[in-house]
Write a protein that binds this ligand. Structure first.
Ligand SMILES: Nc1ncnc2c1ncn2[C@@H]1O[C@H](COP(=O)(O)OP(=O)(O)OP(=O)(O)O)[C@@H](O)[C@H]1O
Ligand SMILES: [Mg+2]
Length: 292
């Protein structure tokens, strides 16, 4: 499915500034990565696409159809996993998914059972059916959330910051799960960690204070700092100079000496070495450099 976001602005009733300001994004099949730091507007945008909230201005189209005028049709092909969900703590996964099926209007008992079995298999929760959800770990809950979102076999999946709080192993499992279910679907995935989108998405959008800072292919995003990326290990004074005169993307202190990665037209001194940019470098550069 193709989703076109046109000129979306959102001002919350009691909001001080625009949560989204004239956002234009086109999203096609595959996994689309929405990246931005806290308060960038990721959740706001996802809630608007998921038809949970209206935009103040602008329109969204899916396969050429206006979203608000065709809400029911869009919702029937949508799976949504909110940033914070309290699933039913006293239910087990089967009871919970059965409940979700009923909400979705799936009346046939045999069909519900089939869908539930499939979803549990897909997310790797076989053997965990008897536990109540309140006894699930963070990673298992996130998988249960995906099972819930998948139950209607949606063409579009919106997943808001699913990796927050997961341990490295669970995080990798979860990211692999996403790439497994991405086939023939449009997945919009938000995160504030570049490593999440490193291997998962080709197309990304960097959102900052409600505005699109970058939209396009990940490879082109990194390319923007190619040839301008340097590393300098030196003194604290040199670090200060670099912070003033270049855009610093990271500082690591090795035995007390700052090792500064920075973007500049040319190296600061002959002590600086040219390095290959990472997605993280490109991202921090797009946000204007590291904060103190
Ligand atoms: N209900 C609300 N009322 C007023 N302002 C809000 C409301 N929800 C969010 N905002 C503001 O809108 C902006 C965008 O918030 P949003 O939650 O969309 O960001 P986010 O990118 O999802 O952040 P996070 O990474 O912390 O989840 C922020 O400045 C936030 O304070
Ligand atoms: Mg959010």
């Amino acid at each position: 499915m193709k989703i076109e976001i046109k000129n979306i602005t959102k001002i919350y009733p009691r909001g001080k500034k625009k949560a989204l300001n004239g956002v234009n994004i086109e999203i096609g099949q595959g996994i689309f990565g929405l990246i931005g730091r806290n308060g960038a507007g990721k959740t706001t945008l996802m809630r608007i696409i998921a038809t949970i909230m209206d935009a103040t201005e602008g329109e969204i189209y899916f396969d050429g159809k206006e979203l608000k005028a065709n809400k029911d049709e869009f919702r029937s092909s949508l799976g949504y996993l909110p940033q914070s969900t309290k699933l039913m703590p006293r239910m087990n996964i089967v009871e919970f998914l059965d409940y979700v099926c009923i909400l979705k209007g799936i009346k046939d008992k045999k069909e519900r059972k089939e869908r539930i079995t499939n979803a549990i298999e897909t997310v790797g929760l076989v053997g965990e059916e008897k536990k109540r959800l309140k006894a699930y770990s963070g990673g298992m809950l996130r998988r249960a959330g995906i099972a819930q979102a998948l139950i209607g076999d949606p063409k579009v999946l919106i997943i808001d910051e699913p990796t927050t709080g997961l341990d490295p192993e669970e995080r990798l499992y979860f990211l692999n799960l996403l790439s497994k279910i991405a086939m023939e679907r449009t997945i919009i995935f938000s995160t504030h960690i570049t490593a999440d989108i490193e291997h998962l998405c080709n197309n990304i959008c960097v959102l900052e204070q409600g505005e699109v800072k970058y939209l396009g292919e990940k490879a082109n995003f990194i390319e923007r700092v190619a040839g301008k990326m340097f590393e300098h290990t030196g003194t604290k004074e040199e670090e200060e100079t670099l912070r003033r005169e270049a855009t610093v993307t990271s500082v690591a202190y090795i035995d007390g000496s700052p090792c500064v990665r920075y973007v500049a037209e040319k190296p600061f001194t002959e002590k600086s070495i040219s390095v290959t940019p990472t997605l993280e470098d490109a991202y921090i550069y797009a946000l204007g450099g590291v904060k103190r």
